[in-house]
Design a protein around this ligand. Structure first.
Ligand code: X6L
Ligand code: MG
Ligand code: MG
Length: 392
């Protein structure tokens, strides 16, 4: 893509002092890719909190992106990303899961309510300046002052290097599909269910794409036990269960699995087998039948549309640090599929690559500033169950 020469560079300050700070920042950078091309990521610094109430230490970093969005659309996108990743605004300068500050936008000076660029406290804080200069050594304020020349004045403030510039690698969503599901027998699965969830019962294997899944049948009913793929992002496992918990509260009548917490109240249970960590999810079993192959009637399409609308409505307001899903199924990441086009016959390859080009020019610039929420977007027949004997 040659657009980086046309698109202004924006520097974004990232901070977190709640939850799994490093994972949150890594997920946030994946989220920033929706707004443009990430051209540099600074090292991570651990820094003492400045201002506000007594609170824990921060991890801070700076990301540089080349963006086709205007500054206020970019800011809207940043605030939205903070929100979907679970930031709750309580008190001024209070602790936060994720803070995204627009530090610089090309050489623009903006002074509007809610949007001040350069960021007003940029020059005073080492937790901003240091990673900014690391990621963008030539960064300059609109008045020409080099950011690097401001560093000596803040050198007395502590900023401990927590991870070098290689801490962030673009996520590889294909990895979890290429890593085989962990091997466990039904007996071992039943044993894990007892240890982690206090549920006794017999286990039978189910099919699964990435995880090792079992149906558990015991005195308390039927459950699905998922032994997670080792390559799974722990944040995404937590997201699945947290989403199901949110649905259970928002729309108790919805026909989706209910998540079950572990004996230690964890959403995702942790065990050890053969000297390695094992992550497990437990959900109630949904009774039903697979959609017959190719079944599609007006009634079934109508029912599916209504179900998805109800599901997505129930997810309104759901926020989670893993909500920016880095997955091959994410349409917002269509350009990441470009390398796979080589597997297509040449005449079909062109159609796909042209469509990805069109997406980058016409769709992606609008996506960043669009409203967003977590939705379910993979209602393919393999993911659906119907009432027994009633495929509609
Ligand atoms: C005088 C008095 C001058 C207070 C400046 C500076 C207040 C920055 C608040 C200030 C003053 C802030 C982070 C943080 C915050 C962060 C670390 C803030 C607002 N965010 N501390 N404190 N990292 N280390 O990202 O930045 S809250
Ligand atoms: Mg800030
Ligand atoms: Mg902020």
């Amino acid at each position: 893509m040659g657009s980086e020469h046309l698109s202004p560079r924006a520097a974004i300050g990232l901070g977190s002092n709640l939850g799994d700070r490093k994972r949150t920042l890594a997920a946030a950078i994946a989220g920033l890719e929706a707004f443009g091309e990430v051209t540099a990521v600074s090292p991570l610094y651990e820094t003492a909190p400045v201002g506000g109430p007594d609170q824990g230490p921060y991890l801070n970093a700076v990301v540089v992106i080349a963006t086709a969005l205007g500054p206020s659309d970019l800011l809207d996108g940043l605030l939205d990303l903070e929100r979907v990743m679970g930031r709750e605004r309580r008190e001024r300068w209070g602790p936060r899961t994720l803070d995204l500050d627009l530090l610089l936008f090309g050489d623009r000076v903006i002074d509007e309510p809610g949007l001040a660029v350069p960021h007003p406290r940029l020059s005073e804080r080492r937790f901003v300046l240091q990673p900014l200069v690391d990621a963008w050594p030539d960064a300059a304020l609109p008045d020409g002052t080099a950011a690097a020349d401001l560093l000596p004045a803040v050198a007395g403030q502590e900023a401990a290097l927590a991870a070098d510039g290689e801490w962030w690698r673009p996520p590889d969503p294909a990895r979890v599909l290429e890593t085989p599901a962990p091997r466990f027998s039904a007996e071992e699965a039943a044993d894990l269910a007892g240890e982690c969830f206090g549920i006794s019962g017999s286990a039978e294997p189910l099919v699964g794409e990435r995880d090792r899944n079992f149906r558990l049948t015991g005195p308390d009913g039927r459950f699905v036990l998922k032994i997670a793929n080792r390559a799974s992002d722990p944040l995404l496992l937590d997201l699945q269960q947290a989403g199901l918990e949110y649905l259970a509260a928002a729309d108790p009548g919805l026909a989706v699995p209910r998540p079950v917490r572990a004996v230690d109240d964890a959403r995702v249970a942790a065990a050890e087998r053969d000297g390695g960590p094992v992550s497990l999810l437990l959900q109630t079993h949904l009774d039903g039948e697979r959609l017959p192959d190719g079944h599609s009637t007006p009634a079934s399409r109508d029912a599916l549309g209504a179900l998805l609308a109800r599901l997505d409505l129930a997810l309104t307001g759901f926020a989670h640090p893993g909500a920016v899903r880095v997955d091959l199924w994410d349409v917002a990441r269509l350009p990441a599929l470009r390398p796979w086009a080589g597997h297509l016959p040449p005449e079909r390859r062109r159609v796909v690559l042209d469509e990805i080009d069109r997406f980058e020019v016409e769709v992606r610039p609008r996506l960043g500033a669009s409203r967003r929420q977590v939705i379910h977007s993979d209602a393919n027949p393999a993911n659906l169950l119907t009432r027994p004997g009633d495929p509609d």
